[in-house]
Design a protein around this ligand. Structure first.
Ligand SMILES: Cc1ncc(COP(=O)(O)O)c(C=O)c1O
Length: 403
């Protein structure tokens, strides 16, 4: 038994930190027999295990380098690969000093907050948004102002009044956080018009945009929308863009990247030196070799068609089984459905759903403010196996009926 009184020693941050709402729910999803629509996990059944094993040959070729400490800003061959591969989406090839490899996008968020946020500064977030981002931002002392979303993403039209009101009320707004494609959790994609408008507003109010895009490559229908980064033709440095190998390859790699103005990236590199020196060089080298062998280009179409079928299966199952008043849109890509069942408290529904053998994430988890999203839930369609999707929908419908 510990005899140390931690309460008197812990930092303010440690005293106020709360477990991530999704992680807290995930323990229930491990109950045997429970079908999980909860975590935003890729399907392990399609992980490219053999191709990764093949990529491990880089260890026999370059093991003495890749088992050494690496540069903080990332493994150069991987950075080059990503810069070229992403050029069509970014509008240009980003320079090496405009990109930093991070240990997941989660670290990119933390580093961005570390260089921009002082205790009490404000970030404008979408309502709803990714809880992991709220967690990283809170850890660095951020406050929030939320802007609602609809089926076309962030309600950019509401942004000026939120900024003006916020400033009047003493908020020192540092940046706007937006998940542009197949948003987590709403599934919505910000339209090109809204992206252009968002950039104009950021210029007018002199704010930075953090464009988080881990799902952009996973489009199952429709046409790609240009990144906000690529719309910044003047290269103002106002847009910071993040992407990750987690959803398009495997989250266990913990390899992601963040691109932006070189001055900002340089500051992030310096902060990273004090946290983990560099992202695992072994992991970066494996990912690089996997890509160099052409496997990523082969893998993407495979998971796109695999996940498109799962999305269609969830859409059909929800249409068949959920109550008529349930509201949801079929996302054009990504991992998630965002469902409203008017009048049904999703937190109460969660325990009932577990009894019925199905799990989801409750709506309030996705809001910076309490009391929002009570009758919403997020379901992930990528992780469950095809035969589980319809059964899960049936169980969810039965739980709703019983509430
Ligand atoms: C919108 C969004 N951003 C970032 C992340 C973090 O991804 P990573 O695994 O690269 O840290 C996630 C993970 O679910 C996410 O949904």
């Amino acid at each position: 038994m510990s005899t140390v009184n931690w309460e008197t020693r812990l930092s303010e941050a440690a005293l106020s930190v709360k477990p991530s709402p999704i992680r807290a729910l995930l323990k229930y999803t491990k109950t045997p027999g429970v079908i999980s629509f909860a975590g935003g996990n890729p399907d392990p059944a399609v992980f490219p295990v053999a191709e990764f094993a093949e990529a491990a040959q880089i260890l026999s070729r370059e093991g003495r380098d890749v088992l050494q400490y690496g540069a903080t800003n990332g493994y150069e061959p991987l950075k080059d690969y990503v810069a070229k591969w992403m050029a069509p989406r970014m509008g240009r090839e980003t320079a090496p000093d405009e990109m930093l490899i991070t240990t997941g996008s989660q670290e990119g968020m933390d580093l961005l907050c570390a260089v921009l946020i002082n205790e009490g500064d404000t970030i404008i977030v979408e309502g709803p948004t990714y809880p992991g981002a709220l967690h990283a931002m809170r850890n660095r002392g951020a406050r929030f102002l939320s802007v609602p979303c609809d089926k076309d993403g962030l309600r950019v039209d509401l942004l000026p009044s939120v900024i003006e009101e916020g400033r009047k009320n003493g908020h020192n707004i540092k940046f706007i956080y937006t998940i542009v494609n197949f948003q987590n959790p709403s599934g919505a994609t910000l339209t090109a018009e809204r992206r252009a408008e968002l950039l104009k507003i950021a210029e007018k109010y002199d704010l930075v945009i953090f464009e988080d895009d881990p799902y952009g490559h996973l489009r199952y229908e429709g046409a790609d929308v240009p990144t906000i980064f690529s719309m910044d033709k003047e290269r103002s440095g106002r847009v910071v863009y993040a992407c990750s190998f987690s959803k398009i390859l495997a989250p266990g790699t913990r390899v992601a990247w963040i691109a932006g103005d070189k001055e900002l990236i340089n500051k992030m590199v310096m902060i990273k030196q004090g946290t983990n020196l560099c992202t695992s060089v072994v992991a970066q080298a494996l990912v690089y070799e996997y890509c160099r062998l052409g496997h990523l280009d082969g893998f993407l179409p495979k998971i796109i068609s695999h996940y498109a079928k799962k999305r269609d299966a969830m859409d059909a199952a929800f249409r068949k089984h959920l109550p008529r008043n349930a509201v949801f849109h079929r996302p054009e890509g990504g991992f998630f459905f965002w469902i409203q069942v008017p009048g049904v408290d999703s937190t109460q529904l969660f325990m009932k759903a577990i009894e019925h053998g199905v799990a989801f994430v409750t709506g309030p988890s996705f809001y910076a403010e309490p009391g929002m999203g009570t009758d919403f839930m997020r379901t992930c369609f990528t992780f469950a196996q095809p035969e589980e999707i319809e059964e899960g929908a049936k169980r969810l419908a039965a739980a709703i009926k019983e509430l």
